[in-house]
Each structure stands twice: as C-alpha cells, then as structure tokens.
Write a protein that binds this ligand. Sequence first.
Ligand SMILES: [Zn+2]
Length: 442
Amino acid sequence: MRKSLAIAAALFSLTAAAKEPKNIILMIGDGMGPAYTSGYRYFADDPTTPVVESTVFDQLLSGMASTYPDEPDTVVTDSAAAATALATGHKTYNGAVGVDRQKVALASIMEIAKRQGKSTGIAVTSQINHATPAAFLAHNENRSNYNAIADAFFDDRVDGQFRADLMFGGGSQYFQRQDRDLVAEFEAQGYHYVHDNAGLAALTALPALGLFADVALPSAIDDKQGPRLAALTAKAATLLAQNDKGFVLLVEGSQIDWAGHDNDIVTAMHEMKDFADAIRWAKDFTESRDDTLLVVTADHSTGGLTLGAAGKYQWRADFLRKVPHSPGVIATRLGQEAEPVKALPALLGFTPAKDETEKLMNAKGEGDEALVKAIKRLIDKRSLTGWTTTGHTAIDVPLFAAGTGKEAFQGLLDNTEIAKRLIALVQPGTQGSEQLVKDKQQ
Ligand SMILES: [Zn+2]
C-alpha cells in the first residue's frame, strides 16, 4: 500500500513537472472574432441529430485575448500591428510589420527560434508576404510594401540563416517579378520550390518554398483543386518535425478576415471550415506526442458580424449550408446565362421569391459589383446575419490551446502576453519579454 502510494506520488510529480514543448504551432484565424467560431458551430452542425455538435474550437477553447494596438486614437487594431504583437510581444502602430513606433525592428519568435537551432515555417492562405506572415519574417514600416517584404524574406538573415525553412501560401507575383526572381534565388540556395498538389506531395525535405497562387489562394468555397490549408499544415509540421531541436510553425486562415471585410457570410463560413480542418490536423498531431504545443487565436474581429438580425430571434445556418458558391461566382455565372431568372435557384441553392428575384435582376442591370452586393444582402436577409462595419472591431478574440504547456494559455491574455509566453518557451530560462532585444539590422 505504502509502496504503491509512493509510486503514485512519484508519477504525479513527474506529470506535474510540466515538460516544456519542443515544438510550437501557432495558428491565427485572421479576423476570427467570437461570432465566427459560434457561427461555425451552427454552420458545421449535423442537422440529422438533435444536439449541436461541438467543433474543434469548442474542444480547445481556453480563454480570450485583447488586441488593441499602440495607437493614441484607436483601440481597433489592423492585422499588421496585431501580428507584430503576436510575433514579438510588442504593441505597435497599425500598418507596422515587425517594427515599433520608432520604426525599430523587433525580434520575432521566428528569429529567436532560429538562434536556438529550431526550424521555422509558415503556412497561410494569403500571399506569404501579407501582413500576418510578414510580421513574423520581416521588418517594414508599412505592410503595403509587398515587394520589399518579399525581398527581405531572402535578403535578411538571422546569424546568416534564412528566417523561414518553409514558406507555403500564395504570392508568386511578388516572388517572380520583372526586376527580380526570388524563386530562382531561393532555389540557388537549396530551397525546393513547389507550386501544386503533386509538388507538395513529393516534397520530403527542407528547406522549401511553396507558392500555389499568383496572389492569394482561391476562396475555400470555390476551390475544387487545392491544396487547402490542412494539407499545407500537415506537410509543414511533418517536414519541420525532422529537426531534433524542434520547430515553430505559424499557420494562418488568412481569408476569414477578407470575407468579413466583404460582409460575405457564406464565404466566411467556408473559410472557417478550411481553418477548422487545419486545426483538427494540428490537434491530432499535437495530442499524439508529448513535445508539442498548439495555440490558436485571432488577430482581431472583422465586420462586426452578428448572428441574428431584423428583430427576430433566429439565425439560419441551415440556409447558409445550401448556398453552393461565393456571391462573386454566383454573379459571374449569372452573367453568362441566357435565361438568368431560370438559372437563379441552382446558382443560389434556394428559390428566391418574386420580389427577391426582381431586386437581383435590377442589380444585375447595374453591373457586377451591384449584383454581388445584392446577392450578399439577400443571403444576409434569409439567414438573418448582421454586420456593423466593413472594417475591424475592438472586441476580444478567442484563445485556444492544446498539448504540452497549454496551461499557460488560459484566461484573458493580451496578445503581447501570448507572444511573451511562447517566446519564453522557445528560449527557456527567460521571461520572454526580457530577451526581446531590438535588432539593429534595419
Ligand atoms: Zn482585415
């Protein structure tokens, strides 16, 4: 009895002495405020069962995060400032990529990981030099300097090393330009370049550059070809895990935000599914081993999305599930139809009422932009979806964690605190913020 108690106590202290994770997977749903994760739960629900099934977000929810930037006049952040906070532990001004208000470069978790001998990677559905990944891999005073940021991915090194061993996403138009072919330059430095499903599948070693679109990847709802984010995440983590010293991987569901800006609920829900698929893969990977931490959050919320409108106590996710294409694709296809009114039910996934059809046809007469807008407003009306803005909002975002060390990511944390705690794990024995020495390289 006494002996077995002693063994139990020893086992307990072993498990209690929390092991530090060797690998970190940080996943950011761009624009993914709480209304998006709630909406996705109803959107993903199996209507044949009486319960609302829990999503991967529900299973991993651990807290909330505040997101305000270093701005005198606003508490609403943009993606660049929020990504800089999540990458460096420092707040900055809207538009800043990995620099503070004085335009001084801030060391990112990727740079700190490289100095620790870890491998680093990014997998995103935007162009890889877009604000969020850029804040982890570059320093620039303005997120719009796309070519300069792409150049920096190659030109700027950490102790002679590239900041990322793996980069997956879109953006070949920025990396293969008239004035510079960065793809060829990366290949000359040993990077394996891939640009389609076959190339991705055949990839077995780092370093790697995968550009699967000229700019961003197609919207998930309209993309029948891939690769999608789950495939990019799986390949990235599998390759990065070849390093015995561990890795840091950033994954971004980049276009949830874009659908939010567009006030486009159908496209938003499919982007959420794409991101959830990637998180499910990362959760399984993380929970199948004892050396990996998975943290998921958002940079801010977008659109002021809300579930319920027009004074009714209803939000119709079942209706959204029927819509087969994005409003943009519906509008384009409608324009190609000889008899558009007849084509409407199949294109929309539901039969519009007479007055709804009239509104759509009037909008079609005004041009493509008016038609897309009319389709979106009809879907909002039918699903009872509300929006307050085409910009961002200041509400806190959800925080999720799994795996080794997840206990440190609970409750309400500021976005900078998430970064500080992650950085402290990458460089053990520090308090995170203490060793965020400002780089003087730019
Ligand atoms: Zn945005």
